[in-house]
Design a protein. Structure first.
Lengths: 276, 621, 357
């Protein structure tokens, strides 16, 4: 009786399983198929080998570099922020967390585009700097602007998982460390930091993967002068018309994604860091 | 002191997060149409927003997709969470790994994979495919919100309910459901927000005539965002903000019981009433706008045109006069347009490519022959333009000219010293960071080849390598590679020089009198954009009626006034009252200028690939 | 046991509008097992946290070995705490947990490993060095928490309801273990609990608290036998608390009947509370009793019978090894030495009886 009921319960997952096969697994297989074939359906590794051409390697390298820098900056900005948020009392903190989700209600493209206005030669920031007789900031259409855009767009994805993990740490565990003689730096290094690793890992992947593959931010803030691997893939599909090469390059991207999934599986078994 | 540093830091981050939002809000009150210039305070965009059917349609599509996908994802996801929870660990782990894929996978890969699937099963891209894609990436958010709550629920209470005689379904809704409801509702909200904010996946899975706010905005990026868009975003943002404030400012738990009761009422208002109202507005609006943009049943024609390349009123007039409904879609470059036609994923009825691209489409057998009997107004088009068209359409069988023009340099008289008459200024160090280049292969190479004295249809590897080298040399001087944005940036005095199409030049001069246009002495490109009908068109006669309508003198004149691109329609030119415009050297350049110019021709797929490769080398350098 | 180790002077603490400790004074002697006993919300945990340094008092001083430690950070105090929910470091092994404080102090690794062995032996967990906290039962985790605290050889060990989460049998075992530890280590214990039996079993001194005030300080015997007010009487063990009138010295009128007693100095015709423990109520034949009543309820409790007797509109709780069936007419007799007379409480606060968790 009990087992039967359990089976009925499991059946509830049926629609989702069908859905995930149809819309998650098969599409991924489609990419693998396209990536490993030519337009006349013969097997090839040439599409994947496309990553080794000079310009694609450069785009990949630059994307790796920029997303790495952005991830590090996000982490450095987000960790203290998450700690500050944790120190607020509960009622206030849900509000504060919402403040970080709120910008998402303004369209992502418009938000990024607004940085153009802010950063342009005659933009808002430079107008203010001029008024203060400070040297102007000329980062629009440079990699720095792209980093800024990445940090801006993905910061909440770093803050929220870290905040989640930090707020779950029992205050008495911290007290226990102090009680045993640890000063605030020791408490942080030996207790708080190790306990927040799942959140950090989750935050890193949630920033790194989208930053690595973005084409919009580099498009909008890089003046189309800077080509990231995401731009290359997007162009293969939307302009270059070679879906096979695009799929091959996407397969290369998936290597990085699989690495991050493995990291998550290793450090965040309980799923503490994921979600909001 | 510590508190102070904390607050200070928090404020800095908030400035970072909210300064773009404040910027957008300010822009929504900007009286000038371009982003680059403050033209005084106005609220007119808020008024015109509600008359702008394009934007309102996109808004409702966005909201309906967000709502429907979040709703369906919540049902499927909650059921799935319960089912997965009941599974053995060895089964659960792989399923959860699959669930994680859409969350961890790059959006671009998810989008591409879904697009490949839809195209492979011949499921034409449109509203439904976006919806399916959104449900797909929303379900994991729901599952991951519900699962933790399910883990926390006390199994005993569910079993106690069964013990007391409740049926499993009744027990679920009475006992388990209230426990996991917070997870379900936060999953729904998260899914809704994610769907609302998604661009990339929608970008790859959308079809013609369907736009969400994101894709609409992306389409507008190159030619300048319509100010109504800022107004809309501001309205959306402010209403969510207000809602949050009211919910959070309602009395806290600490206060006495009377207040708690009051709070319950408030909770009722916000938990039930507000969502219910929202739903009503959504459905009502959906039906209202759904009626006006009904895609099924009626006669229709799917038009694929360049961005900002037609007076929207022309479309209204056409619909009024013929009863044929226009589904209108825009592209930015020939290279973006071509694969869409080639793949056949979307059956467009009438498209407006440029010369060389028409040649390519003819050679690849993508176009249908026109039936001139259905296009009597073709007689309004000047003979010279048909002759010129023979370069790419030898029999004039496939195309009817729509607009034409030249490529030249737009410069700001206050920012340059010497008279501009040569492409060489684009390589002049003193204009570093003041040059705007065209972000399309043929235009960029065409300009360079002409500067080098070669043909802009060169296929000579040495010549092309030389051009590439020059373009790489130029790159540090270039402020940005843009397409239609040249216009806004030049108007806003952001740059001194820009490569631009002649049609745009006239408009920019109206907005900024310091701007001047020149066709350099080395010669340039003269181009024709013409209407063609793809072979897989399902409404060929409607398409011909549409082309015929555009060839009418008064309609062509209307379009000319709106887009300011040179018209090949001689009858329409005669209708222009402004003599200066009628004889403008920009719109209708003198013969000797045109003699120095060349038309692009299609160079074959292999050479195309060569151009693309060289261009990528330039871009990635 | 004379020297004061910790002196708590005029401590007050409030959270928002809620006054948790009101001008509290208390001293703790060297090598004493002192228990703070009271219902939840009485302020006992707050007091402990102030001692540990995790909360700071609004007013007053904490004097430790003659020095004010009000502003001393927790990590500088010679006190160690065993937290209510153990607060083990879940990312470290048992050995690493125990070594934590020693490593911070820079002890040598051989010293540390000796200490770990010694401490684990002390709490009966030999061989658990490399286990993770999650794999241990509640009682084991509790003992690890104690081991982690005592290896630092604190002057004082603060324990915050450490046995609250354990089942009865384990709790009793741990009580004996704590007493043994205290005797072996010779350190001062400050123990917080709401369980009166636990307090009576383990303590040298019990401090009964309610609503931020100390109700009574004394040995377990004092507290049990001579509660100073109705709250203490009710909170410690079961008792019959009756409103009474002190007619004169050594005579009290309870339920309208005169009872001889031994208390003096309450004045004449003063309203007082009289406390009579259920085991001190003697049931006799009706003619021999001071009061007459009928048995209304009877339960066998193992060591004794528990009965309720209706007499003069009051339900007397009686523990006796003799059994009287329900409906029996009985007499009630109380030895004068077993009647505890207390002043009526002056404030409502002192009367308030907390509800157990």
């Amino acid at each position: 009786m009990k087992n039967k009921r359990k089976i009925y319960k499991q059946l509830l997952a049926g629609p989702y399983l069908l859905w995930s096969i149809a819309f998650i697994l098969i599409p991924l297989f489609m990419i693998v198929y396209y990536g490993l074939t030519t337009s006349d359906n013969t097997f090839t590794l040439r599409n994947i080998a496309q990553i080794t051409t000079d310009e694609n390697l450069k785009a990949l390298g630059l994307a790796l570099l920029l997303s790495f820098i952005s991830t590090v900056i996000c982490l450095i900005l987000a960790y203290p922020l998450a700690m500050i948020l944790t120190s607020f009392n509960v009622n206030q903190s849900s509000f504060v967390v919402l403040i970080f989700i709120l910008p998402m209600w303004m369209n992502f493209l418009l938000r990024t585009l607004a940085w153009q206005n802010l950063l342009e030669k005659n933009g808002v920031v430079n107008t203010i700097l001029n008024a203060l007789h400070l040297p102007t900031l000329n980062i629009i259409n440079t990699p720095y602007a792209i980093i800024l855009g990445m940090v801006y767009n993905f910061l909440p994805f770093m803050v929220l998982p870290i905040y989640n993990v930090l707020s779950k740490i029992d205050k008495d565990v911290v007290h226990a460390a102090q009680d045993l003689g640890a000063n605030s730096i020791q408490t942080f290094m030996r207790i708080i930091l190790p306990l927040s690793v799942p959140g950090i890992i989750s935050g890193i992947t949630m920033v790194f993967v989208p930053a690595l593959t973005t084409f919009v931010i580099s498009d909008l803030l890089g003046g189309s002068k800077i080509l990231l691997i995401g731009n290359v893939i997007e162009q293969e599909f939307k302009q270059g018309s070679n879906w096979h090469v695009g799929s091959g390059l996407s397969l290369v991207m998936m290597v990085f994604i699989i690495i991050s999934m493995a990291l998550i599986a290793k450090y965040d078994k309980e799923g503490e860091g994921s979600g909001f | 002191m510590k508190k102070f540093i904390q607050r200070f830091y928090l404020i800095l981050i908030l400035i970072l997060l909210y300064s773009p939002i404040v910027t957008l809000i300010v822009l929504s009150f900007n009286n000038s149409k371009t982003r680059a210039k403050w033209g005084g305070f106005t609220v007119k965009w808020y008024a015109s927003l509600f008359q702008n059917q394009d934007i309102m349609n996109a808004l409702y599509t966005t909201l309906i997709i967000a709502f429907a996908s979040a709703f369906l994802a919540t049902i499927i996801g909650t059921a799935a969470a319960i089912g997965i929870q009941a599974m053995r660990k060895s089964v659960r782990t792989p399923i959860m790994a699959v669930t994680n894929i859409p969350m961890l996978n790059a959006d671009i890969v998810t989008g591409i994979s879904l697009m490949l699937l839809f195209v492979a099963i011949r499921f034409s891209l449109g509203f439904t495919t976006i919806l399916f894609a959104h449900i797909t990436f929303n379900i994991p958010y729901v599952i991951l919100s519900v699962m933790p709550k399910l883990k926390q629920t006390n199994k005993a209470t569910y079993e106690a309910a069964l013990d007391l005689g409740a049926s499993p379904i009744y027990a679920f809704f009475k006992v388990v459901f209230p426990d996991i409801f917070p997870g379900i509702s936060s999953g729904f909200l998260l899914a809704f927000t994610m769907s609302l904010d998604d661009f990339i996946i929608t970008h790859f899975t959308k079809g013609p005539g369907v736009d969400t706010l994101s894709t609409k905005i992306y389409g507008e990026v190159r030619k300048g965002i319509k100010p109504e868009m800022y107004a809309l975003s501001t309205l959306l943002f402010v209403s969510v903000l207000l809602l949050l404030f009211v919910v959070n400012l309602s009395p806290s738990d600490k206060e006495n019981k009377k207040v708690v009761k009051h709070r319950k009422q408030k909770q009722f208002i916000f938990r039930r009433l507000v969502p219910a109202l929202l739903l009503l507005v959504l459905i009502g609006g959906g039906i209202f706008y759904g009626r006006s943009s009904n895609l099924t049943g009626k006669e229709q024609v799917i038009v694929y045109n360049w961005g900002e390349y037609m007076d929207p009123e022309v479309l209204d007039l056409f619909e009024e006069e013929t009863g044929i409904q226009v589904v209108y879609e825009e592209f930015e470059t020939n290279e973006i347009m071509y694969p869409k036609i080639q793949s056949g994923a979307i059956a467009y009825d009438v498209v407006c490519p440029s010369d060389y691209m028409i040649q390519r489409m003819i050679e690849n057998n993508l176009l249908a022959e026109l039936n001139y009997d259905n296009i009597p107004n073709a007689k309004n088009i000047g003979e010279t333009y048909f002759i010129q068209s023979k370069q790419f359409d030898p029999e004039n069988n496939f195309s009817i000219p729509y607009c034409w023009g030249t490529v030249g340099i737009l410069y700001n008289k206050t920012m340059v010293e010497e008279p501009i008459d040569s492409w060489s200024v684009l390589w002049d160090e003193q204009y570093k960071d003041n040059i705007l280049m065209q972000d399309s292969v043929r235009d960029a190479f065409g300009v360079t080849l002409k500067y080098l004295g070669y043909s802009l249809n060169s296929t000579d590897l040495d010549e092309l390598e030389a051009a590439k080298k020059l373009l790489i040399e130029q790159k540090p001087l270039v402020q940005a590679y843009v397409i239609d944005q040249v216009r806004d940036k030049m108007i806003g005095n952001e740059a001194a020089l820009g490569v631009i199409y002649s049609g745009e030049a006239i408009y920019t001069q109206w907005e900024n009198e310091n701007l001047e246009y020149v066709i350099p002495k080395e010669g340039s490109n003269v181009w024709i954009d013409s209407w063609v009908i793809p072979k897989n068109s399902k409404n060929k006669e409607n398409a011909e009626a549409f082309i015929n309508f555009l060839c009418r003198a008064d309609i062509a004149k209307m379009n000319f006034d709106y887009i300011t691109y040179s018209t090949p329609n001689d009858a329409a030119r005669d209708l222009i009252e402004d003599e200066a415009l009628k004889n403008s050297p920009i719109a209708f350049p003198p013969k000797e200028d045109l003699e120095r110019c060349e038309t692009f021709s299609f160079l074959g797929d292999e050479n195309d690939a060569l151009y693309n490769r060289l261009w990528r080398e330039v871009k990635s350098n | 046991m004379a020297n004061k180790l910790i002196d708590i002077v005029n401590i007050s603490k409030s959270f928002g509008d809620n006054l948790v400790l009101d001008n509290l004074n208390l001293y703790i002697r060297q090598n004493e097992f002192l228990t703070l006993l009271g219902p939840s919300g009485c302020g006992k945990t707050t007091l402990l946290r102030i001692l540990g340094g995790f909360e700071s008092a609004d007013h007053g001083e904490i004097i430790f070995e003659g020095k004010n430690i009000n502003s001393l950070a927790p990590n500088k105090r010679k006190l160690n705490t065993v937290f209510q929910k153990y607060a083990l470091f879940t990312h470290m092994t048992i050995a690493e947990n125990i070594a934590f404080g020693l490593k911070i102090k820079g002890k040598t690794s051989s010293y540390i490993s000796d200490k770990i062995k010694y401490a684990l032996k002390l709490v009966n967990l030999d061989g658990f060095e490399n286990r993770m906290p999650d794999s241990l039962s509640g009682g084991q985790q509790q003992r690890v928490a104690i081991a982690r605290a005592i290896v630092n050889e604190p002057k004082v060990l603060l324990l915050d309801e450490p046995l609250g989460a354990l089942d009865l049998k384990l709790r009793q075992d741990m009580q004996y273990e704590l007493i043994r530890l205290k005797n072996e280590l010779g350190i001062t214990f400050v123990y917080v609990t709401h369980d009166q039996e636990e307090a009576l079993t383990m303590s040298d001194t019990i401090v009964v608290m309610n609503q931020g005030y100390i109700q009574q300080i004394g040995t377990p015997e004092d507290i049990y036998n001579e509660p100073q007010n109705a709250f203490v009487a009710d909170f410690i063990g079961e008792s019959n608390i009756l409103s009474a009138l002190m007619v004169e010295d050594k005579l009290v009128k309870i339920l309208g009947v005169d009872f001889p007693c031994v208390d003096i100095g309450f004045g004449k015709n003063r309203p007082v509370d009289a406390v009579i423990r259920p085991e001190d109520v003697e049931l006799v034949t009706p003619d021999k009793g001071i009061l007459q009543g009928i048995v209304s309820h009877l339960i066998f409790k193992g060591v004794h019978y528990e009965m309720e007797v209706e007499a003069n509109n009051f339900t007397w709780l009686v523990h006796s090894t003799d059994m009287f069936p329900v409906g029996t007419n009985v007499g009630i007799y109380v030895d004068p030495y077993n009647i505890q007379i207390m002043k009526k409480p002056k404030t409502e606060d002192a009367e308030a009886v907390g509800v157990e968790e």
